[in-house]
Design a protein. Sequence first.
Length: 99
Amino acid sequence: MEYIYTALLLHSAGQQINEENVKKVLTASGAKVDDARVKVLISALEGVNIDEVIKQTAMPVVAAAPAPKEEKTAEKKEKPEEAEKRAEEAVTGLASLFG
């Protein structure tokens, strides 16, 4: 994963994505550099328009849900009481079975 992040970091900084730069970033971050993985990354990104790929895969931002209104809060307070009432009814129903 750090190899992909390195490529994206270099791209956003306007730097060339080549073996030397990838190794420098990985080394600076404290990651262990695997030369084979660096070569595979460079090879895989050859001819790829990163900006276009980012546009195609970008996920839409979801707005935060609005805060609950007082009505909903009141409904939540009633629900535990309803659950308690149902439990009492169930116990009463079981008691009637054993008369």
